[in-house]
Design a protein around this ligand. Structure first.
Ligand code: NAP
Length: 465
């Protein structure tokens, strides 16, 4: 008895420390300077959570647990090595696994307890299973769209929202019937199957461009379903971790929607990105001015103030280390170089900050959109490296543009604008960018890593000043 009490105390203490580490992890992750510590804290917290759970007195046989640990490691380790640009779909897959686990545990718990399931328990179980099931298929669909194994464009039909909401409504009605009388066990499979279908239908009308926001929302659902599972299993750590996950995922989705000036309902029901093909097709016709690396280097060397605006293209090209060399070469010549970071540049929040921090660019040189926008009128050169949508002035002036109202980096107010990209192709939102046709804009066509490398070579070689 005493041994049992001691092991229970040990378990609760481990869970308490893990909970504290999860909270500190989120706090530290909110600043680039402490982000590495935040990741470590999260990792140690998760390790403690797993070790603590393995000490649970209810475990009678470790065989299946050992098999699950090996299986989890075999799946998890390769997932840890994906390219940074593939992190959104990797994250979606993690949510799918978490949601599968929550749904399976919820199903087992129902059949272990049925038909005598107390009302509160049935409410929490239903919530766990509905959220778990829809997150499972929703996350798989989102990962498929981002990986382009499924079509990215939104697929819509008349009455779609009504059909989708009716499906969810039916699942909720079935759950209520089960809460009122859990002995209607034949209804139980419906609260798994209907949300599984709803998860697919929910993602079908959403375009690829909105997937990162949707994934963040699915993150929130996965967290809430895990918190519900915590109530079912009487596990306080799961309740805390699930609530943190649910709240942070929700806040992140709201912040991403705000940064794109979109409402939540517009992201979920707006079928954004439908015009992709037609809008992108118009691009080639208008004239643009282009320049060579040598010309670009001369302009940069003659500047006093340069703002570099990185985007998705810098991430794909893995150009951050070359960008660091460019930063060094220019600052050595006395040029004031800063970086303008848009909140949704790249494919996930903080994408640019992580890459530039990896290349050891000083944090105080990375300025958020609101901080840098006032500087552009006094900026000699705005150098855009693989960014597109986040610099599109149509968002300010063209009321018909799908991104109208999205806050952007005001690069067009700089004296000279230089844009490194490979072609005139559109960005993620699939729309034309009038910035490229301005008199003050020079297009630097090429791969971001190669072109920045060439500029650095010109700067260090010929000695423009
Ligand atoms: P973007 O609009 O997708 O444009 C990226 C540009 O990079 C493309 O136009 C492409 O042009 C160029 N590019 C691609 N590979 C390149 C390479 N190897 N070298 C040089 N250039 C290359 O990117 P963004 O300006 O960063 O905007 C992000 C977009 O994602 C926004 O639409 C945003 O709303 C959306 N989004 C982001 C998040 C987030 O959390 N970050 C979330 C949801 C949605 P070429 O093909 O001509 O080279």
């Amino acid at each position: 008895m005493r041994a049992l009490l001691n092991s229970q105390l040990l378990l609760e203490t481990i869970y308490l420390i893990a909970s504290m580490l999860f909270i500190l992890s989120l706090k530290w992750l909110s600043s680039p300077a402490s982000a590495r510590r935040g990741v470590r804290a999260g990792e140690i917290g998760m390790l403690l959570a797993v070790v603590g759970t393995l000490l649970h007195h209810g475990i009678v046989d470790y065989t299946w647990i050992a098999i699950a640990l090996v299986l989890g490691t075999v799946i998890g380790v390769p997932l840890g090595f994906v390219q940074m640009t593939a992190v959104p779909q990797r994250t979606a897959l993690s949510h799918a696994f978490g949601a599968l686990c929550v749904t399976l545990v919820g199903t087992a718990e129902f059949y272990l307890r049925a038909p005598a399931v107390p009302k509160f328990m049935m409410v929490v179980l239903s919530l766990e299973i509905i959220l778990g099931s829809l997150t499972l298929t929703g996350s798989l669909m989102a990962a498929g769209k981002l990986q382009e194994v499924l079509p990215q464009r939104p697929i819509t039909y008349k009455g779609q929202n009504l059909v989708n909401l009716s499906l969810l409504g039916i699942a909720i009605i079935v759950a209520v019937l089960l809460v009122l009388d859990p002995s209607r066990m034949s209804l139980f499979p419906l609260i798994i199957v209907i949300p599984l279908i709803f998860g697919v239908m929910m993602i079908v009308p959403i375009g690829g461009a909105d997937m990162p926001t949707v994934i963040s929302l699915l993150n929130s659902y996965a967290g809430l379903s895990a918190a519900a599972m915590g109530f079912v299993l009487d596990n306080k750590l799961l309740i805390v971790a699930g609530a943190l996950d649910g709240a942070s995922g929700f806040i992140l989705s709201v912040n991403m929607s705000k940064a794109m000036n979109r409402s939540f309902s517009n992201v979920l029901f707006g079928a954004f990105g439908q015009e992709q093909a037609t809008a992108a097709g118009k691009v080639e016709a208008k004239p643009v001015r282009s320049a060579t690396a040598e010309e670009a280097a001369a302009i940069l060397a003659a500047a006093n103030k340069v703002v570099i605006v990185p985007g998705y293209g810098m991430a794909v090209a893995q150009a951050q280390h070359k960008v660091r060399e460019l930063y060094d070469a220019l600052t050595k010549r006395g040029v004031d170089v800063k970086f303008g970071i848009h909140p949704v540049a790249g494919r996930m929040p903080g994408h640019m900050n992580v890459l530039l921090a990896e290349a050891d660019i000083p944090y105080d040189k990375l300025l958020d959109m609101d901080e840098i926008n006032g500087d552009f009128p006094q900026t000699d050169v705005a150098l855009i490296i693989g960014a597109n949508d986040v610099t599109n002035p149509a968002a300010r002036s063209d009321t018909t543009s799908p991104i109208y109202g999205m806050p952007i980096l005001d690069v067009d107010k700089a004296r000279t604008v230089m844009v490194i990209k490979r072609s005139m192709a559109a960005g993620f939102a699939g729309i034309e960018n009038p910035l490229y046709h301005l008199d003050r804009t020079l297009m630097l066509f090429g791969d971001a890593k190669g072109f920045v490398g060439n500029i650095v070579r010109e700067l260090s070689g010929a000695g423009h000043s």
